[in-house]
Design a binder for this molecule. Structure first.
Ligand code: KIV
Ligand code: ZN
Length: 521
C-alpha cells in the first residue's frame, strides 16, 4: 500500500540570504519582480528581507507584503524587540505572514560574537519568540550555527523556543560545515530529545562552503525536516545557500526514494533562474545542475547515439520539466506578433500587453540589424526590457574611433531627466575605455571599474553581446548590464546603467534626509 507523500515546504530566501551576498544586491523594484516570479514558481514562503537592517530593507519587505499574494511572506529579525516589532510592521499587509527570529547558539558564536552565557541565550530566545508570537501566529526560530552547537544545549534552546510559541524550528548549517550522515544524526537526536518537537515543523537551512548544501538538506528531509530553506541559483553568503532548483528536482526525480512532494511548478525553474541571474548579475555556470546551459547538452558521440535511441539512456529529467523550452527555431524580421508571442510564452515569460508591445518593438528593431534571432536573443530582450534601471541619464548618441596603433576616442551625447543635454569627448585605451571616460566627464561621476565582461547571448556571427560592468563608488558596489549586436554600445549602455543606479541611490538618500528634516521630532 503506497502512502500519500508528505509535503515539504519550500522556503525561498533569495531576497534575504541571497541578496545579502556580495554583488547580489537588488533595488526595490527588482526585489518585487523576483518576489512575483517566486509566487508564480509556487514556493510556500518568501523571506523578503530583514526589515530592521535598513530603511530600504524595511520598505521592500513592506512592498512585497502588500503586493505579492500566494506564499507566506516572512521577515527576519534578531532576538530583540526592536527588530521583531519592525518585522511585524513591515509584514502587516500580507494576509499570511511569518516572523523569523534567529539567535546564535554555538560556543564559538556565544564566546566571540555575542559574549553571552548559555543562560542568557536561553532567556533571550524565549523572550524573542514570545514577543514575536504576541504579534504573529506564525513564528520561526533559527538556532544560528546549530550544526556546531553542543547537542544538549541546542535541545534546550529549541525546547525553550517551542515553549514560547515557535511554530517552525530551523536548524541551520550556517558555515556549511556538516556532512550528510552527521546532519541526519543531529535531526534524529533532536526529534528524540526535544520535548514538544512533534508539534512544530522542522526546517533545514544549509550553506555550501564544502559543496554539500543540497546533499545536507536532502538528508535532513530523510531525517524528518519538512521545510527546506534555499535560494534561486544557490546564491547567498560566501559559497551560497542550498540551490532551490537542485533540491526541488532531486525530490521530484527521486520521488520514489524520498516519498515527499513540493508545491513548486518545476516548469518555472528555468525562467526564474534566468531572471535572478539577470537581475543580480550573477552568471549561471554552464555546467550548473538543472539550469546550466550544458545541463541537457549531449556532446559525446556515444551519448548522442544513446539519446537518439531513447532519451532515458542519458537523461534523468526532461528539459521541458524544468521549463527549458529552447529550440532551434529561428525568428526574423518577417516573424509576426503571433509567432513572437508564442516563443516568449514557450520560454516561460508572462508579459502584460504593454510590456509585450514594448518588447515586440525592440524585437523588430533588432531583427532589422540581425538576420536570425535565437531563443537567447529573445530571452535577453525580455529580461533587459523588464529589468533595466531607467534614467535619469539617456544615451542619445555614441561615436567611437579606434586604431590598433594609437589611442581611441569616443564622443557621447547624453540627456538628463532634468532637461540637460551634454556632449563629451574623451580618449582612452580602446573604444570602450574612451566611452566610459566620456560618460564620467559628462555626468561628473567617477568610479573605480572592477570588472567588465562580454559574452554572446546566442549563436552566429552577428550574435548579440551582453556586457556586464561592475564598479565601486564610495565603497559601494554597483553593476549594470546591457545587450546589443555592437559590443562597444552594450558596454557603454551597461556603464551608463551603473551611473544611473548611483544617481538614483544619491537621490533616495537625499529625499530621505529631506523628509527626516521636515518631520517634527
Ligand atoms: O545561515 C544562517 O544561519 C542564517 C540564519 C539567519 C537562518 O541565515
Ligand atoms: Zn544563511
Amino acid at each position: 500500500m503506497s502512502t500519500q507523500p508528505d509535503r515539504v515546504l519550500i522556503f525561498d530566501t533569495t531576497l534575504r540570504d541571497g541578496e545579502q551576498s556580495p554583488g547580489c544586491s537588488m533595488t526595490a523594484p527588482e526585489k518585487l519582480r523576483v518576489a512575483r516570479a517566486l509566487g508564480e514558481l509556487g514556493v510556500d514562503v518568501i523571506e523578503a528581507g530583514f526589515p530592521a537592517a535598513s530603511r530600504g530593507d524595511f520598505d521592500s519587505v513592506a512592498t512585497v507584503a502588500r503586493e505579492v499574494r500566494g506564499p507566506i511572506i516572512c521577515g527576519l529579525a534578531r532576538c530583540t524587540f526592536e527588530d521583531i516589532e519592525a518585522a511585524a510592521r513591515a509584514l502587516s499587509e500580507a494576509p499570511r505572514h511569518r516572523i523569523h527570529v534567529f539567535l546564535a547558539t554555538s560556543a564559538i558564536h556565544r564566546q566571540y560574537k555575542l559574549n553571552m552565557a548559555q543562560e542568557e541565550i536561553l532567556r533571550l530566545a524565549a523572550a524573542g519568540v514570545s514577543r514575536a508570537r504576541a504579534l504573529c501566529d506564525d513564528v520561526e526560530f533559527s538556532a544560528e550555527d546549530a550544526s556546531r552547537t553542543e547537542l544538549e544545549f541546542l535541545a534546550q534552546v529549541l525546547e525553550a523556543a517551542i515553549g514560547a510559541g515557535a511554530t517552525t524550528l530551523n536548524i541551520p548549517d550556517t558555515v556549511g560545515y556538516t556532512v550528510p550522515d552527521e546532519f541526519a544524526e543531529l535531526f534524529r537526536y533532536l526529534r528524540k530529545n526535544v520535548r514538544g518537537i512533534e508539534k512544530v515543523r522542522l526546517s533545514v537551512h544549509c550553506h555550501d562552503d564544502l559543496g554539500m548544501a543540497v546533499a545536507n538538506s536532502l538528508t535532513a528531509v530523510v531525517a524528518g525536516a519538512r521545510q527546506i530553506e534555499c535560494t534561486i541559483n544557490g546564491i547567498g553568503e560566501r559559497a551560497g545557500n542550498c540551490s532551490l532548483e537542485e533540491v526541488v528536482m532531486a525530490l521530484k526525480t527521486r520521488a520514489a526514494f524520498f516519498n515527499v512532494s513540493t508545491g513548486v511548478q518545476t516548469t518555472r525553474l528555468y525562467p526564474t533562474s534566468r531572471l535572478v541571474s539577470s537581475i543580480t548579475g550573477m552568471p549561471i555556470p554552464r555546467n550548473k545542475a538543472v539550469v546550466g546551459e550544458n545541463a541537457f547538452a549531449h556532446e559525446s558521440g556515444i551519448h548522442q547515439h544513446g539519446m537518439l535511441k531513447h532519451h532515458s539512456t542519458y537523461e534523468i529529467m526532461r528539459p521541458q520539466e524544468v521549463g527549458l523550452a529552447r529550440t532551434h527555431l529561428v525568428l526574423g524580421k518577417h516573424s509576426g506578433r503571433h509567432a513572437f508571442r508564442e516563443r516568449v510564452q514557450a520560454l516561460g515569460f508572462e508579459l502584460d500587453e504593454a510590456e509585450f508591445n514594448r518588447v515586440f518593438e525592440e524585437f523588430k528593431a533588432l531583427a532589422d540589424k540581425k538576420k536570425e534571432l535565437f531563443d537567447g536573443d529573445i530571452e535577453a530582450l525580455v529580461l533587459r526590457a523588464e529589468g533595466s534601471a531607467p534614467g535619469p541619464w539617456t544615451l542619445v548618441d555614441l561615436t567611437t574611433e579606434a586604431h590598433s596603433n594609437g589611442p581611441a576616442r569616443a564622443v557621447v551625447r547624453l540627456t538628463h531627466a532634468d532637461g540637460r543635454a551634454v556632449e563629451q569627448t574623451a580618449g582612452g585605451d580602446g573604444p570602450v575605455d574612451a566611452a566610459f571616460k566620456a560618460i564620467e566627464a559628462a555626468t561628473g561621476i567617477s568610479v573605480a571599474l572592477r570588472k567588465f565582461e562580454v559574452h554572446a547571448v546566442s549563436e552566429g556571427e552577428d550574435a548579440q553581446g551582453e556586457a556586464r560592468v561592475y564598479v565601486e563608488y564610495n565603497r559601494q558596489s554597483y553593476r549594470g548590464a546591457s545587450v546589443s549586436t555592437n559590443i562597444v554600445e552594450s558596454g557603454t549602455r551597461a556603464f551608463l546603467e551603473v551611473i544611473n543606479r548611483i544617481e538614483q541611490s544619491h537621490e533616495r538618500v537625499r529625499s530621505r534626509k529631506e523628509r527626516a528634516a521636515a518631520t517634527p521630532a
